[in-house]
Design a protein around this ligand. Sequence first.
Ligand code: BTN
Length: 352
Amino acid sequence: MTKYPQGIRKAAPLKGSLSLPKDTDDLNAFLLRTLLRASPHYVSGNALAEKMKMSRVGVWSRVDKLRKSGLRIDACQNRGYCISEEPDLLNASLVSAWKEECGIRCPLYLSDRIDSTNSEAERLLAQGKDAPFAVAANRQFKGRGRLGRKWFSPEGSSLYLSLALRPEVQAVRLRNFSLWQGVKVCRFLQAHTGVEDIELKWPNDLVCKGLKIGGMLAEASIDCDHVRSLVFGIGLNVNLNEERYPVDLMGKCASLFSITKKKWRLHELMAKLLQVLLEASEECLRGNADSRLIEEWPRFDFLYGKRVKIGNGTKLVSGIARGIDPSGGLRVDSGRGQIQIAHAGEIEFSSL
Ligand code: BTN
């Protein structure tokens, strides 16, 4: 469970007015959204009953169902209700509440357990689902990483999120899509957590003091140089405890929890990350990202000035990393006054 701010024993005047949804399922999200807005204050049962056009007993029974689904909602006589803790697994009603709170309209399909959120997004695209939409899961049993690697995806305490798009643009428009997403995600995580040394290891690793805390994977279907569909997946180690890593990842990975020694609310992070991904996609599709990327990359560039070796099977580029070029390639100074550009591959590096 992850805590919300302690309930203040005073009912709050309700901020802003939310309009009541027609769908009864959405009423749970509505109730939670009302509690989120008031948090850390209590919301009186009367106020909720009035807003939800139901009796106080009706409100109580919804609160009871939400509690049974894993949320902790405090009730206090003469004060009302207050959300106090969220479960470690994503809860559909709370995800909807946070999503609406962030003004996100795009649908999000949530599974408890799935092979890979990227694969599920691809399947839904193939079935003709309208895009954009997002797919999230509490656990992946075939989580995929870059270069054919597996992505360690245990249950709870991490985020697995994919965004599916049908961009219908020339492939060149999206050449820096992943890097721009990375910059926006990194900037958001720094601001959200207050940890300034969350950085990007080219092309798409999120690192903190050299330890990997997350990764991103973009997969596109391109037809005659036209991008028909694009799936962008992000995995982020949020509340993961170091003991849970398999041996081969120990000492190489970290989580927001291990860095900050505090647990982070998964639902809020998920919604805010999705908001960042949607915003970055729009900027990229409108063609507003390329120049901003070159300007902003240096702020987040973990590799700059480090000695790197990049091999992609046929070619080995080695030297000192010197940022990125306009096409998103890594600039490597090979020491003979010559800058080589690496476009893909496995990076090995040692600090100077
Ligand atoms: C990497 O660093 O190798 C990229 C990792 C990407 C992992 C995410 S988790 C959500 C989405 N679904 C997947 O199967 N992979 C991506």
